[in-house]
Each structure stands twice: as structure tokens, then as C-alpha cells.
Design a protein around this ligand. Structure first.
Ligand code: BG6
Ligand code: MG
Length: 218
């Protein structure tokens, strides 16, 4: 039996969600806008453009297109400064174990990320070769919660969407997976990711038995 296993990147494969948070918080605070952890949850999985739109909206601020572009560039260079020195040790717990298990079971594996920095990060942590398909922010026109990124990933894996499993740490990403008719697995807190079919704190909570059941499920 073959399923398509699709992984989000930030906050699922690597611990970069904290760097996105730091960069957005700095930008928001510099604009005099308060930025809470709760607001941050609403930005997870969301594209760079839409994230900035939301922050400006929260602050009731409107700016020119040029200034918007400048702020996006600023956020990204701040973010990139955090990931500059990133190494394999920032891969989240038990991710390699799960990837290796799925590979040994000949299960197709894809990345489905909103980030335009996804390929760069995968190379930094030496996981670029672990995926049969990579779909990221440079390949999509519609951001999560739209299912586009996962549907393209399924297509590239040659697996029907309803035979795919998605690992996500964001509300928007779980909603995208559900809309794509895929099994959604939330990585994080149950009270945040309650819309997912299953929620685990991290991959150390996901057993080989659970993965085997997913593969064999009709
Ligand atoms: C998602 C992150 O994976 O990618 C978001 O959860 C981020 O926080 C989005 O805004 C876009 O990423 P990037 O790297 O293209 O700015
Ligand atoms: Mg994420």
C-alpha cells in the first residue's frame, strides 16, 4: 500500500517557527503594533504577503505599496539572519526517524510549505535529498488555508489526495489539508490544532505502530 506523506517545513521539520515569530514581532513592534503569541498562531503557515497584511490590519495601519515591499524585505532579511547558521541540530525531534521509516516502507514523501526559503533551509539541514517532491512558496499562487500546495504535492507524488497524510503545525495548514481531503496530523497543541484528525505534541509521540496503521488503512 502506498500513501503520500506530506510534511510542512517550518515548525514541523525544523524549529524555524520561532524565527518567523521573532522577525514578525520585531517588525510589528517597530511599527508600534502589539504582537502576541495568539496572533502569531494566526500567522503560522500563512504566506509572507498575507502575514504582513494581517499585522497591518491589526494595527489599523495603511501604507504604500513601496513601503509594503520594503517591510517584506526587512522581515525576510531579519529572518534569514536567524537561519544563516542553522545546522542539522535544528531538525525537530524524531523527524529523521519518521522519514527513514517511511522511506524504508517505500512511501512517497513530499514537502508542502508556504515558505520561499524552503529549499535553502532543507539544504542547510541536509534533508533536501529526503523528499520525492518539494512544493513551496515559489510554486503556488494560493496560500494555505487554500489546499493548492498539498494538491500539487499529491500530484507530483502520483498519489490521490484522499490517500495522502499531512503533518502540520499551523491552523491554516490543517485547514488546507482537510480541504484537500487528506488525513491531517497536527504537530503541536490540541487546543490550537483541534481541527486536525490527530494531534501529537511532536514526532516522539508518533509510534511506528501508528505509522504502520496509516500506511495499511484502506
Ligand atoms: C510558513 C511559515 O511556513 O511560511 C510562515 O509558517 C511564513 O510563518 C511562511 O510566513 C512564508 O515563509 P517565507 O520564508 O517565504 O517568508
Ligand atoms: Mg508550519
Amino acid at each position: 500500500n502506498k500513501r503520500g506523506f506530506i510534511f510542512d517545513l517550518d515548525g514541523v521539520i525544523v524549529d524555524t517557527a520561532k524565527y518567523h515569530f521573532l522577525a514578525w514581532k520585531k517588525l510589528a513592534n517597530d511599527l508600534g503594533i502589539d504582537f502576541t503569541e495568539h496572533q502569531n498562531e494566526q500567522l503560522k503557515g500563512v504566506s509572507r504577503v498575507q502575514s504582513l497584511e494581517k499585522i497591518l490590519d491589526w494595527g489599523g495601519i495603511s501604507i504604500s505599496e513601496l513601503e509594503f515591499q520594503n517591510l517584506m524585505d526587512k522581515k525576510n532579511s531579519d529572518y534569514l539572519s536567524h537561519i544563516e547558521t542553522m545546522k542539522e541540530d535544528e531538525i525537530l525531534v524524531d523527524v529523521p526517524k519518521v522519514l527513514t521509516f517511511l522511506k524504508n516502507k517505500q512511501q512517497p514523501i513530499a514537502l508542502g510549505s508556504a515558505s520561499k526559503n524552503a529549499r535553502k533551509i532543507l539544504k542547510k539541514v541536509a534533508l533536501y535529498e529526503s523528499f520525492d517532491a518539494i512544493v513551496d512558496g515559489t510554486n503556488v499562487s494560493k496560500a494555505k488555508p487554500d489546499p493548492e500546495v498539498f494538491l500539487i504535492a499529491a500530484k507530483e507524488l502520483h498519489i490521490a489526495p484522499n490517500q495522502c497524510v499531512v503533518f502540520e503545525d499551523s491552523i491554516a495548514g490543517v485547514q488546507a489539508a482537510n480541504k484537500a481531503d487528506m488525513i491531517s496530523i497536527g504537530i503541536g497543541e490540541q487546543d490550537v490544532l483541534g481541527e486536525a484528525d490527530f494531534v501529537f505534541k511532536d514526532f516522539s509521540e508518533i509510534s511506528i505502530e501508528f505509522l504502520t496503521q496509516l500506511i495499511n488503512k484502506q
